[in-house]
Design a protein around this ligand. Structure first.
Ligand SMILES: NC(=O)c1ccc[n+]([C@@H]2O[C@H](COP(=O)([O-])OP(=O)(O)OC[C@H]3O[C@@H](n4cnc5c(N)ncnc54)[C@H](OP(=O)(O)O)[C@@H]3O)[C@@H](O)[C@H]2O)c1
Length: 398
C-alpha cells in the first residue's frame, strides 16, 4: 500500500489527484491532507478517505473542520497553521507527497518532505523557480526523488531513461544526445485578443483558459504567459539546460506538451489531451502505468495542430521571466513575489490586467539583493519584495 500526502488537496491539482486515488483504493491510502480554508471540501475529503491527519492553514477553518469531523464520527487529527502543515510534511509514514499548494507558501513544506527522503510529485512551480539549485541539491542529499507534475516537464521526464530520471538537476543534455527541449504553451485566452483592449480584461476573462481548468493564480499566469516563463526556468533547473537548450513555442491546441530534439536530427514529442490526471497518475504509479478515464487522442485530427512563436509585445511577462533567470536566483525570487502580489491585486480588482507587468518590471528594476545561500535568505528576499510591491500597488490603484 502506498501512503500519500496531498499538500493543497482542495485545489485543482489536489482534486485531480483525488479523482485518481478514488479508483485505486486497493493501492493508495491517503494518509494526510492539507489546505488553506476550504472547510467544506476538506470535510468531504476527510469523510471519504479517513486520513490520519488533516491541516488547514487558516486556524478558524481548522476549528470548524474539527467540529464537523467529530460530529460525523471521523477520527482524523486536525492541525492548523504553518506548524501544523510542517508537521504533516515531515511525517515518516508517508511514501509520496503531492506538492500542490499555490505560491511560495508551498516552499517550506516541500523542503521538509524532501528532507524526509520522500518521492515528491511537484506541481508547485513557484517553489522550483525560487529555490532552483538548492531544491535539487537537497533532493540529492536526502535521496528524495522529484517527479515534475507540470505537463511539459512531465513530458520530458517521461522521455528520460530510468537512470536519468534519478539525476534531475545534474543531467548533461549534451551527453544524452539532446540538442534542444521545446516547451509548448497554448497562449492562453488572449492569443488573438486585440492588444488595444488588454486594459479591459477582467479576472473572469483571464481565468477562462481555453484548454485547462486550473486555480485562479496559474490561470492569470497563463494569460500573461509568465507561467511559461516560470516553466522555462523550471526546465533550465530540472534538466540542467543552457539557454540554447530550451525554447518556447505556442501551440494553441495543447496536444503536444513538449518536444526533444536530438543531435542526430531525430525528435521525440509527448502527446496527450490536456488533462492533469495524466502526469499525476504517471508520477504516482511510476514505473507502472494504470488506466485512468481520459479521452484518447484521435490521430486523424492531428493535421489540425498549429505552432507559432510567442510575441513579447503580447506577453511581456514571459520575457521578464526569461531575463530574470539570466540575472540570477534573487531576480527570479523578486519576480515571483512581485507577480504573486500583482496577480492577487488584479484578482481582487485593485489593479488592471496591464498593471501586472508594470508592477513586475518596476519591482525588478528597483530592487537588488545578494544571491540567496539558504532557505531563510530566499524567504527574506520574498518578504521584502512583497512589502515593496504592495506599496507600489497603492500608487496605481484605480
Ligand atoms: N492546476 C493545474 O493544472 C496546474 C498545472 C501545473 C502546475 N500547477 C501548479 O500547482 C500549484 C497548485 O495549482 P492549482 O491550480 O491546484 O491551485 P488552486 O486550485 O488555487 O489550489 C491551491 C491549493 O493550495 C491550498 N493553499 C493555498 N494556500 C495555502 C497555504 N498557505 N497553506 C496551505 N494550503 C494552501 C488551497 O487551499 P484552499 O482551497 O483551502 O484555498 C488549495 O488546496 C500551483 O503552484 C500551480 O502553478 C497547477
Amino acid at each position: 500500500m502506498l501512503y500519500l500526502t496531498i499538500l493543497g488537496s482542495t485545489g485543482s491539482i489536489g482534486r485531480a489527484t483525488i479523482s485518481i486515488v478514488k479508483n485505486h483504493l486497493d493501492k493508495i491510502k491517503i494518509f494526510s491532507l492539507v489546505a488553506n480554508k476550504n472547510v467544506d471540501l476538506m470535510k468531504d475529503q476527510c469523510l471519504l478517505f479517513r486520513p490520519k491527519y488533516a491541516a488547514m492553514f487558516h486556524k478558524k477553518s481548522a476549528e470548524i473542520l474539527r467540529k464537523k469531523l467529530r460530529k460525523n464520527g471521523c477520527k482524523t487529527k486536525v492541525l492548523f497553521g504553518k506548524q501544523g502543515i510542517y508537521e504533516i510534511a515531515k511525517l515518516n509514514e508517508v511514501d509520496q507527497v503531492i506538492s500542490a499548494i499555490t505560491g511560495i507558501d508551498g516552499l517550506i513544506p516541500t523542503f521538509f518532505s524532501i528532507m524526509r527522503g520522500k518521492r515528491i510529485l511537484i506541481a508547485n512551480k513557484e517553489t522550483i523557480v525560487t529555490s532552483g539549485r538548492l531544491l535539487l541539491k537537497y533532493a540529492k542529499k536526502y535521496g528524495s526523488q522529484i517527479f515534475p507534475i507540470d505537463s511539459e516537464h512531465s513530458a520530458i521526464f517521461q522521455i528520460l531513461s530510468n537512470e536519468e530520471k534519478k539525476k534531475l538537476g545534474f543531467l548533461s543534455l549534451k551527453r544524452l544526445g539532446i540538442s534542444k527541449i521545446v516547451l509548448t504553451g497554448s497562449g492562453g485566452p488572449f492569443l488573438n485578443f486585440p492588444l488595444k483592449k488588454f486594459k479591459t480584461i477582467t479576472p473572469n476573462k483571464a481565468c477562462n483558459h481555453p484548454n485547462w481548468k486550473m486555480g485562479k493564480k496559474i490561470s492569470v499566469d497563463s494569460a500573461t504567459m509568465i507561467n511559461k516563463g516560470f516553466e522555462y526556468i523550471e526546465a533550465r533547473y530540472l534538466f540542467n539546460a543552457s539557454k540554447h537548450e530550451v525554447s518556447i513555442i505556442i501551440h494553441p491546441q495543447s496536444i503536444i506538451h513538449a518536444m526533444v530534439y536530438y543531435r542526430d536530427g531525430s525528435m521525440t514529442a509527448q502527446f496527450s489531451n490536456p488533462d492533469m490526471r495524466i502526469p499525476i497518475s504517471y508520477s504516482i504509479f511510476y514505473p507502472d502505468r494504470f488506466p485512468i478515464k481520459v479521452s484518447l487522442i484521435d490521430y486523424k485530427k492531428l493535421s489540425n495542430l498549429t505552432f507559432l512563436d510567442p510575441s513579447y509585445e503580447r506577453y511581456p511577462c514571459l520575457k521578464l521571466a526569461i531575463d530574470a533567470f539570466e540575472e540570477g536566483q534573487s531576480s527570479v525570487i523578486v519576480l515571483n513575489a512581485a507577480n504573486e502580489i500583482s496577480v492577487d491585486s488584479f484578482l481582487s480588482g485593485k489593479i488592471q490586467f496591464t498593471d501586472i507587468v508594470k508592477v513586475n518590471s518596476y519591482i525588478l528594476e528597483r530592487t537588488s539583493f545578494p544571491e540567496p545561500t539558504n532557505i531563510n535568505s530566499i524567504l527574506e528576499i520574498d518578504r521584502e519584495t512583497r512589502k515593496i510591491s504592495k506599496s507600489f500597488i497603492k500608487t496605481l490603484r484605480r
